[in-house]
Design a protein around this ligand. Structure first.
Ligand code: SF4
Length: 426
């Protein structure tokens, strides 16, 4: 099998992993003839899969052979798919080749587990080592790590990679035990905890080195050498949504724990895709992609808008699912109408962030503008916020929402208009 054939198989096999965004990397460049390539702090080359997920290139598996039998995975040992395996040198050569042709700005590398977790992890780390040390590669590297691999290997991976990730796969331990019996939830959490310690240590050491006074200042102690970075873009994980009956409440509870306990940068949600020759324990259909989208919106509210997961998603007794017809922030506002309307000229930032249609930037601009004048509806128009949504929830110097706000069917106003289904659609 030649490299192009392997690439076709191993790039296709990697497409199910959604945890590959590249934000937060270290700024590096190759000016002055140092190495090749560059990456800026805002991320690297992105592409989109047919179902709309954002992926970064070159995204491949080292191999899709795997000794494990995770039921949801197309690469599991019992799966009847064509197999391929790259050598370390082939992945290095492909990465450099694509990079030089300006097709990619980084590498996302994962692998099926061959021989043992340690052997596989050694191969993955070796690709990153050769790229960095032998070719001076300064692009973005995201390595998927194997939780059962030796701690020393994870530590080496962090020295070369911008980002590391370990997939928790299923939101609950029970789910993991039933669909991925060889995986160990405890080992996954233990590895995440170890990575957090390394990431925090490296970050703190970097801060101390930067804070030390420069040697040129009178009486200064020479500045300490910058410590070796460890996964400067942090760690992330992915959860499969809809492969079992776990509700959104449990999914977001797990996410909140992962952000809080392990300092994850991102949790990615990947709607389960039915695979060929699937086990009977799996659903026959994917969940609606809108569910995945609503989870991302809820996750965003938790990370940037001060919402807790308990506020966003109903309890298990009340169904435990995010609404699909309206976004989670609007759903929260509709369920808490007693908190509205919010006076844009007086409300604190935390409350402004809860107004449907107002993003973080708009809120900061509102706070800056109201220091010098009383805000009117015209000011909102200039901020380009969606007025048809926002004006129902706010008071300005010249606007107060009407009584319709109190009507029982007020929420219907925001639901998408029904669409006549085609007679011929499936
Ligand atoms: S270990 Fe990874 S590659 Fe192997 S079957 Fe499980 S999910 Fe798939």
């Amino acid at each position: 099998m030649d490299v192009q054939q392997k690439l076709a198989i191993l790039a296709d096999a990697a497409k199910y992993d959604a945890s590959c965004a590249s934000s937060g990397g270290t700024v590096r460049d190759s000016r002055g003839g140092r190495g090749i390539g560059s990456v800026d702090g805002h991320g690297i080359c992105h592409s989109f899969t047919p179902d709309g997920r954002c992926v970064s290139l070159l995204k491949i598996l080292l191999t899709n052979y795997c000794g494990y039998d995770c039921l949801y995975c197309v690469n599991r040992v019992s799966s009847n798919v064509p197999r391929a395996r790259f050598t370390v040198d082939e992945v290095v050569a492909l990465t450099l080749d694509f990079y030089r042709r300006n097709c990619i700005e980084g590498l996302f590398l994962s692998s099926g587990i061959i021989r043992s977790p340690d052997y596989t992890m050694e191969q993955v780390v070796e690709v990153a080592r050769v790229l960095r040390e032998e070719h001076g590669f300064r692009g973005y590297i995201h390595l998927k790590t194997i939780p059962d691999a030796a701690p020393g290997l994870l530590e080496r991976a962090g020295r070369y990679a911008d980002r590391l990730s370990i997939n928790v796969e299923l939101p609950t331990e029970q789910g993991l035990a039933s669909l991925a019996p060889e995986k160990n939830a405890l080992a996954i959490r233990r590895s995440m905890a170890r990575m957090r310690v390394h990431i925090d240590d490296a970050r703190n050491a970097g801060k101390e080195a930067r804070a030390a006074p420069a040697a040129s200042m009178p009486g200064a102690v020479p500045r300490r050498a910058m410590p070796t970075p460890f996964a400067p873009a942090g760690q992330s994980t992915q959860m499969i949504v809809g492969a079992d009956a776990t509700d959104d409440r449990a999914i977001l509870t797990t996410s909140a724990t992962l952000y809080g306990a392990y300092g994850l940068r991102r949790v990615y949600y990947s709607a389960f895709s039915p695979i060929p020759d699937a086990a009977s324990a799996l659903p026959l259909k994917s969940p609606p992609l809108l569910r995945e989208h609503r989870l991302y919106q809820a996750d965003w509210l938790m990370r940037h808008y001060g919402f807790s997961h308990e506020e966003i998603v109903p309890s298990a007794d009340a169904g435990g699912m995010l609404r699909l017809d309206v976004d989670p922030k609007l759903a929260w506002a509709l369920a808490h109408r007693d908190r509205f309307p919010v006076d844009l000229n007086q409300a604190p930032r935390e409350l402004l962030l809860r107004v449907p249609g107002l993003g973080v930037k708009a809120v900061d601009r509102i706070l800056a503008a109201r220091r010098v004048r009383r805000l009117r509806s015209e000011d909102l128009r200039r901020l380009r916020v969606p007025l048809s949504k926002v004006m129902h929830f706010v008071v300005t110097a010249d606007h107060r929402p009407g009584r319709s706000f109190e009507a029982a069917d007020f929420g219907a106003h925001f639901r998408p208009a029904p669409v006549q289904a085609s007679l011929f659609s499936g």
